[in-house]
Design a protein around this ligand. Structure first.
Ligand SMILES: [Zn+2]
Length: 85
């Protein structure tokens, strides 16, 4: 299993860590969008997309309806997404 929270995304431009700001399921993949939160980088240029195979995505399973843009984990319980286990 992959938990996106265990992965650090660092910007090759400013050297800072990027912040998870969006999540979108796309078929077999869950796509996480990371952006720099500083004045040095234009998010439109330095944005990073991380694709995680849906089957391995532990993070999204906890709350499949999470769309990003907020703090994850506030809602959604462990009842979500146990298909296949
Ligand atoms: Zn940056």
């Amino acid at each position: 299993m992959i938990n996106i929270r265990d992965i650090s995304i660092k910007c090759g431009h400013c050297g800072g860590y990027q912040t998870l700001c969006a999540y979108e399921p796309r078929g077999e993949w869950n796509v996480y969008t990371y952006e720099c939160e500083n004045d040095r980088c234009d998010p439109a240029v330095t944005r990073t997309l991380v694709e995680v195979p849906r089957e391995l995505d532990e993070f999204a399973r906890r709350d499949p309806n999470w769309r990003g843009g907020g703090r994850h984990g506030a809602e959604g319980g462990p009842e979500a997404g146990n298909e296949g286990n």
